[in-house]
Design a binder for this molecule. Structure first.
Ligand SMILES: Cc1cc2nc3c(=O)[nH]c(=O)nc-3n(C[C@H](O)[C@H](O)[C@H](O)COP(=O)(O)OP(=O)(O)OC[C@H]3O[C@@H](n4cnc5c(N)ncnc54)[C@H](O)[C@@H]3O)c2cc1C
Length: 582
């Protein structure tokens, strides 16, 4: 919690968000109180349900209903009663009108407590944002108040067996009816919380094609398909023709039912215009991509806390210079290295997620149009990085946590393997990390012919003067940042030059390029934290400085080392034909 507040105050400039029109009531002191209360709720009410989710899991019953563990129901009701879901949503629909930044922190706390459980509110939030942006007034009035309170949940239905990363291949049909509604028919797979018993109503957002729609993503429309029909007075009526056919047995997040959903002439309502569904889904996905990136941080953080505690308790061997029979493993340098790696990456990720969220808030609420536009560009740049880098690190950091536990990590009893299994999906759903990298170089890099990226790199380089003034202790941070930002600049220049002439070469370097960005952003943000910490008390200043220095010297150099992979092109990747790879 103190790390979060430090970041808000000293790294990402939350006070500037609280000064934006509409957020005046969300000053840092108020936010501090809200988050303290939230932390209590999540640790006391939601965290104890995490193990139940893993062991009991969600189940499809013989009568076709889907049940979650009993402890989930009480926790969800508590979540609705306390109104946590509505905190960052408009007051007009019963929300608290707080910035997205605060909403993201609430999601982080809930995800640390129980990732599988938190997925339900996370998807509801995405559906709400799609409706807020594109729903008609009537749709907003019908669905939003109950979704904002959490009484009704939301889902996101894109995936079909033949349409995963290639959403444009979907075939679910939507046939217009005389009353303005549509009949939706098709099968969706892998739908998180497609059915469950946490809320009496589920508002499915479903992508489908109308008759004669163009091929690919240009012919996709987005529909609201409620699980139960809503009567004119707002009460719930009959079941719609949508059902969960089965749920998947899977590696992790057992508490989250992953459903095969069947739509059989189900009644649906078009959101926005026909064939403009991808635009709507992007609103939902951008929100969800930041939230999924945050899952890497949230689960990584819980795993870190557990491995830190374990490293202090578990005694093995005698550390160099120690006396007695044995030492806690935290005294062995290699265990320290693992803990410092977790700590530094987590701090970097936290700043990065918050920086993205802060820019979301500027993009929606800044008074000045140019400021809103630039913030929106920055969100475009940071979102695939938060998603890709955040979830890759989620995997790496939970793996390190397991390693610190030794054999006890591999057996289920300690619970640490659950974090490793749970977080694995985050690099896959909401657009695989490969798709995030393609988005970064394919769509985002081209914004203003690359100027959006190069301006951001220039703004990162401005820290050099402050680091120079900060004294010798900051010297290695300064030099490593200069070197690695230089490499990022070179990589960006190569990407821009290569761009149109050789898109396959650009795509070949896209994943290492995204990683480079993540590493550099982390180094830059930790350097800001170290500078910000210098004015705090001595212990905080030392902690921020050491973390930034460790990262700069031991983790950040990976960025420069990736330059070769970024700029290698496609030749060697395709030199062997598929048969020769065997
Ligand atoms: C637990 C779980 C929950 C999910 N929840 C939802 C949900 O709520 N709603 C929903 O709609 N979907 C959901 N999904 C589906 C998820 O979003 C997809 O699995 C994901 O988008 C990947 O699609 P795919 O599985 O078909 O893999 P594929 O698209 O077949 O990808 C396989 C591999 O090929 C790569 N690849 C594919 N195309 C390209 C390309 N053009 N360029 C580079 N690499 C490429 C991918 O990166 C990946 O490594 C969920 C999935 C799971 C497992």
């Amino acid at each position: 919690m103190s790390d979060l507040l430090f970041s808000l105050e000293h790294v990402v400039d939350y006070p500037a968000v609280a000064a934006l029109p509409g957020f005046e009531h969300a000053d840092l002191d108020t936010v501090r109180e809200v988050l303290a209360e939230c932390a209590d709720f999540m640790s006391e009410v939601v965290a104890p349900t995490n193990r139940d989710g893993d062991i009991i899991g969600s189940r499809r019953q013989p009568d076709g209903t889907v049940t979650t563990p009993d402890s989930f129901k009480g926790a969800y009701q508590g979540y609705v009663d306390a109104g946590w879901g509505g905190v960052p949503l408009p007051e007009e629909f019963g929300g608290g009108g707080f910035p997205r930044t605060v909403g993201l922190i609430i999601q982080e706390m809930m995800t640390s407590a129980n990732m599988a459980f938190a997925l339900c509110p996370l998807l509801t939030q995405g559906a709400i944002e799609a409706l807020l942006n594109y729903g008609s007034d009537e749709q907003k009035q019908t669905y939003l108040p109950q979704m904002v309170s959490g009484e009704w949940a939301g889902t996101m239905n894109l995936t079909e067996p033949q349409a995963g990363s290639d959403v444009g291949a979907l075939t679910t049909r939507a046939v217009p009816q005389d009353d303005g509604s549509y009949k939706i028919t098709g099968q969706k797979i892998f739908i998180s919380f497609g059915d469950h018993d946490l809320s009496e109503q589920i508002v499915h957002l479903v992508l489908a094609r109308t008759p004669g729609a163009p091929e690919g993503t240009r012919g996709i429309s987005c529909f609201i398909v409620p699980k139960r029909m809503v009567n004119d007075d707002g009460s719930l009526g009959d079941r719609n023709n949508v059902e969960c056919l089965s749920i998947e047995e899977k590696m992790g997040i057992h508490g989250s039912p992953t459903c095969v959903m069947n739509y059989d002439d189900a009644t649906g309502y078009l959101i926005g215009e026909e064939n403009k569904g991808m635009r709507i889904m992007f609103v939902m996905m951008n929100s969800a991509r930041l939230s999924v990136g945050m899952q890497g941080l949230a689960v990584g953080e819980r795993a870190y806390q557990q491995s830190l505690a374990y490293a202090q308790e578990r005694r093995q061997g005698l550390a160099i210079g120690a006396t007695g029979k044995d030492s806690p493993i935290i005294d062995h340098p290699d265990v320290r290295r693992m803990l410092m790696t977790q700590k530094a990456y987590l701090a970097a990720l936290r700043h990065l997620m918050l920086l993205n969220a802060i820019n979301v808030d500027h993009s929606t609420n800044a008074a000045d149009e140019a400021e809103r536009t630039r913030a929106d560009e920055i969100v475009g740049l940071l979102t695939p990085i938060c998603k890709g880098f955040g979830t890759d690190l989620g995997n790496e950091l939970t793996s390190i946590a397991l390693q610190i536990h030794g054999g006890s990590g591999y057996v289920e009893e300690t619970g640490v393997s659950q974090y490793y299994r749970d977080v694995r999906i985050a690099a896959i759903y909401e657009g695989t990390n490969g798709i995030q990298a393609a988005d970064l170089v394919g769509r985002k890099l081209g914004v203003r012919m690359g100027a959006s990226f190069t301006e951001f790199i220039s703004s990162m380089k401005e820290i050099d003067g402050q680091l120079a003034d900060a004294g010798d202790e900051f010297a290695s941070i300064r030099s490593q940042l200069a070197t690695n930002l230089g490499a990022l600049e070179k990589a960006t220049g190569w990407m821009l030059r290569t761009g149109m002439q050789d898109p396959n070469a650009v795509l070949s370097g896209s994943s290492p390029y995204l990683r480079m960005w993540g590493l550099c952003l982390g180094g830059w943000l930790l350097a800001k934290a170290a500078l910000g910490g210098a004015s705090s008390d001595e212990a905080v200043a030392e902690e921020k400085l050491v973390t930034a220095r460790f990262y700069a010297e031991q983790l950040l150099p990976q960025a420069g080392a990736l330059l070769g992979a970024v700029t290698a092109g496609a030749d060697d990747l395709f030199a062997l034909d598929a048969a020769a790879l065997g």
